[in-house]
Ligand binder design. Structure first.
Ligand code: AMP
Length: 421
């Protein structure tokens, strides 16, 4: 089905063509007509499926039909979990709305930057506001805007919004939005908390399902490499150099590790930079912009910094440290293989983490072959858990040893031999 069959106006079709899209993605084909009809939509759409355009295009069309009221009113509110996603959606709105005869005012607001320019920009209201919940509440408390006229509400990456601990903030925001409105909920995964949110938020929604499990993403090749934990940085360097990867997003567990591994790669002449929550907003945006522009070859990121970001032509994602959950795994590998491009997702697995990766595979019904790279064959074996239940693979602490000794004594005292004597 071509874009022209979806009911979009001429200026929006021209904007889509100018972006170089020839055909709508499945989620766009399904969601755009449903949203234009005015009903609520509950869509499961994985990252990279083209979901931004799926809600932005029809919202632009619906808003364009009616003029903005005077005052601090917002007409469409898009809630997102991260600053990067807010900025990215704001950018998409500007592109898609660039051919409209009456330009719409769209703003992205998020924390980590000064609030004053945002308050100034909100003067006279906005047609579309893309916001992270915390900053939105700050601005509402300062009377910088009113949600009383919101006619369209979007929750993008709803699973992430809830995971990021925004549920209380969401409640406060939703209480300010009129009951008569169109609500759209997009989520890559549907844990029970999202289902509860959807039930409370949506009225008689159209349910749209796009494939979300990694197994159903043929455009992402998933590989697992077994390596000893201390040799991962060396292996990463080797793989980057050997395969001449141009853009690699590497997920690590801690802020410190992003900096540490980035430094190791830089020592080897690789242009690498770190992205994590301790950086100033300016530094985060710069790191991301440099990576997107291809000035930086490798971006080392924590989960916090990497949520929802859209990087076109990102060929490789590496799980240097494994994600905590199977859901996070989906999100991480979804950074590559976007919009029909092929991608490669590599996970490093060591003796201490192989059991955890098995669980991730089980949740996704996967059984990926394990690989070893010549010169990096693992020698570590899994350290069996001590009888007291210490953490696998960890050196025993003083406390562990004490607990172990106590339990040995106890076992000794209660052994049948003892009792008989
Ligand atoms: P999203 O899932 O909204 O983050 O979009 C993922 C990527 O797909 C973005 O870079 C979009 O610019 C791109 N995209 C969106 N719609 C289409 C389309 N119909 N054809 C090709 N690329 C698209």
């Amino acid at each position: 089905m071509p874009f022209s069959a979806l009911g979009l106006s001429g200026p929006l079709l021209r904007a889509v063509a100018a972006r170089g899209y020839s055909t709508p993605t499945p989620i766009q084909s399904a969601a755009i007509p449903a949203i234009l009809r005015g009903g609520d939509v509950w869509a499961s759409a994985r990252t990279g499926s083209g979901k931004t355009a799926a809600f932005v295009l029809p919202i632009l069309q619906l808003l364009g039909d009616e003029p903005r009221r005077r005052g601090r009113f917002v007409r469409a509110l898009i809630l997102v979990p991260t600053r990067e996603l807010a900025a990215q959606i704001g950018e998409a709105i500007r592109h898609y709305g660039s051919h409209l005869p009456h330009p719409l005012k769209a703003l992205s607001i998020f924390g980590g930057v000064s609030i004053n320019p945002q308050m100034l920009a909100l003067g006279g209201g906005a047609d579309i506001l893309v916001a992270t919940p915390g900053r939105l509440l700050d601005l509402m408390e300062r009377n910088a805007l009113s949600l009383a006229m919101v006619s369209a509400l979007v929750l993008d990456e709803a699973d992430r919004l809830l995971e990021a601990g925004f549920s209380e903030e969401l409640g406060r925001i939703l209480s300010q939005v009129p009951a008569r409105r169109q609500s759209l909920l997009f989520s890559a995964t549907f844990p029970p908390a999202v289902q509860a949110l959807a039930t409370g938020l949506l009225r008689d929604p159209v349910r749209l399902e796009a494939p979300s499990a990694p197994g159903s993403q043929p455009d992402i090749v998933q590989r697992v490499i077994e390596v000893d934990a201390p040799r991962r940085a060396q292996l990463l360097r080797h793989l980057i150099q050997e395969n001449q990867w141009t853009g690699v997003l590497v997920f690590v567990a801690t802020k410190y590790a992003t900096e540490h591994v980035a430094q190791k790669l830089r020592q080897a002449g690789i242009v690498a930079t770190a992205l994590h929550g301790d950086l100033s907003q300016g530094a985060r945006s710069q790191a991301l912009a440099d990576f997107k522009a291809g000035h930086v070859q490798v971006l080392l990121a924590t989960d916090l910094a990497a949520r929802g970001i859209d990087i076109l032509r990102l060929p490789v994602v590496v799980n240097f440290d494994l994600p905590r959950s199977a859901v996070d795994y989906t999100h991480r590998i979804g950074r590559t293989g976007r919009a029909g491009e092929t991608g490669l997702a590599i996970s490093f697995v060591s003796a201490a983490t192989h059991a955890h990766f098995l669980l991730i595979e089980k949740r996704h019904n996967l059984a990926l072959p394990r690989e070893e790279i010549r010169g990096f064959e693992p020698v570590e074996t899994e350290v069996p858990a001590p009888p007291t239940g210490g953490i696998k693979g960890r050196r025993k602490s003083k406390k562990d040893k004490l607990r172990e000794a106590m339990s040995m004594t106890k076992r000794h005292l209660t052994s049948p031999l003892r009792r008989r004597s």
